[in-house]
Ligand binder design. Structure first.
Ligand SMILES: Cc1cc2nc3c(=O)[nH]c(=O)nc-3n(C[C@H](O)[C@H](O)[C@H](O)COP(=O)(O)OP(=O)(O)OC[C@H]3O[C@@H](n4cnc5c(N)ncnc54)[C@H](O)[C@@H]3O)c2cc1C
Length: 367
């Protein structure tokens, strides 16, 4: 297993009682840890930061209007309220900068598309997410936009590596983190709680992304969807996020993250020439500025067949819980659904049926 170079070794914590053990500290585990501590819970997070875990590779983009058909994303109002509450609050508490709200510009390809968007933008449910429609070139010095384009608001990016490392330091400071690979065969559980090595808790929560295909969760269809990204260097910083065929997300200096590819089959654990060529070709179609590729990365998104998160309790044990299936939109889904799961654990909410793992019950009964 390859881990990030900055991994630090922590002394194992002594025998201890916790409310919850959380396995995995990607976006899911980090947001959940945050929500549980806010509710006064004593937690322990176990994680070994794998280099290619999805959260470290993510460009961190959040955008309420997505997909080839450019439709409002599922639960947009609720999720984006949560994004704009959660990350700035975490920034203040952790005294770090990782939340970068910024408009996103999508050039039109034709007059027809321009006209269609004039219509959509008048619909009240879209109005709050559309900043402006340009009917002629507005960013022609940086991008190809002969037919103008759409400026979407409530977009931006989270610098996920900075967010994760800040949460990790915060967890270490309160003795709530152990850098340890969780071995499921050593987990004991019954109706009163769980025991793992020297640690006891009322429940264990799996936030392990694509590595969740273990004995306990093998019937849950978490499917890896490989993605590759490029880091490119430009001569000047982009004025906003550009998106058409690829997204071009600014980061420090004149560097940008370009992504992403989607590969559900032939999942080689490496970067590929094919992905690089595809991303560079699409970047050249979108961006007028010259660019130079300086890095390429790959990762596996933990997706579900119906593209909804997976939350809930294992059918055979009420003290074994999962938070997974964040798919292609972990940045915008994690804050809201971590709070949702924490409320459910506290007994003050029911899990929404559309995200409850009960929907895969038929698969469990076959195993
Ligand atoms: C190329 C690419 C680009 C993306 N871009 C975006 C984007 O722009 N915006 C967006 O919203 N989303 C994006 N995503 C998706 C996003 O990354 C995921 O939705 C999200 O990161 C999933 O988070 P997670 O915590 O569920 O899983 P992960 O990030 O995989 O975290 C799981 C953690 O659990 C740990 N772990 C697993 N098993 C064990 C064990 N047994 N013991 C200890 N630790 C364990 C792993 O090491 C890891 O740290 C992208 C993904 C990819 C691959």
């Amino acid at each position: 297993m390859e881990t990030t170079g900055d991994a630090r070794i922590f002394k194992p914590l002594k025998f201890c009682m916790f409310d919850y053990l959380i396995i995995g500290q990607g976006l899911a585990g980090s947001c959940l840890a945050w929500q549980l501590v806010q509710r006064g819970k004593k937690i322990l997070v176990l994680d070994v930061p794998q280099k290619n875990r999805s959260s470290m590779i993510a460009a961190g983009l959040f955008n309420p209007i997505t997909g080839k058909l450019m439709t409002r994303t599922w639960l947009a109002e609720t999720l984006f309220q949560s994004v704009f509450d959660f990350y700035p609050e975490a920034e203040r508490a952790l005294n770090q900068k990782f939340f970068h709200p910024m408009p996103l510009y999508r050039p039109f390809l034709s007059v027809q598309e321009q006209n269609e968007w004039m219509g959509y933008s008048a619909q009240p449910e879209n109005e709050k997410f559309i900043e402006r429609i340009h009917t002629r070139s507005a960013y022609g010095d940086q991008a190809y936009d002969a037919f103008g384009g759409l400026v979407i608001r409530q977009c931006g990016y989270v610098d996920v590596p900075v967010f994760l490392s800040s949460v990790r330091v915060w967890l270490v400071q309160q003795n709530a983190f152990a850098e340890e690979w969780f071995d499921e065969s050593q987990l004991q559980y019954d109706n009163t709680g769980v025991t793992y090595k020297q640690w006891q808790a009322s429940a264990v929560i799996f936030c392990t992304g694509v590595t969740s295909q273990t004995r306990l969760w093998q019937a849950l269809p978490v499917k890896p969807l490989k993605g590759e990204t490029l880091t490119v260097q430009l001569d000047e910083a982009p004025k906003l996020i550009y998106n058409r065929g690829v997204y071009i997300v600014p980061s420090a200096g004149n560097y940008c993250k370009v992504g992403a590819t989607y590969e559900a089959h032939r999942l080689s654990e490496t970067i590929t020439e094919k992905a690089r060529a595809e991303l560079e070709a699409r970047t050249a179609e979108l961006l007028r500025l010259p660019f130079q590729t300086v890095a390429q990365d790959w990762g596996m998104r933990p997706t579900s067949p119906d593209r909804r998160p997976m939350l809930g309790r294992h059918p055979n044990s009420k003290n074994v819980v999962i938070f997974n299936g964040l798919g292609t939109k972990g940045v915008s889904l994690a804050p809201y659904f971590a709070a949702h799961l924490a409320d459910w654990l506290a007994g003050v909410a029911e899990i929404m049926p559309v995200v409850n793992i009960n929907r895969f019950k038929a698969l469990y009964s076959k195993s």
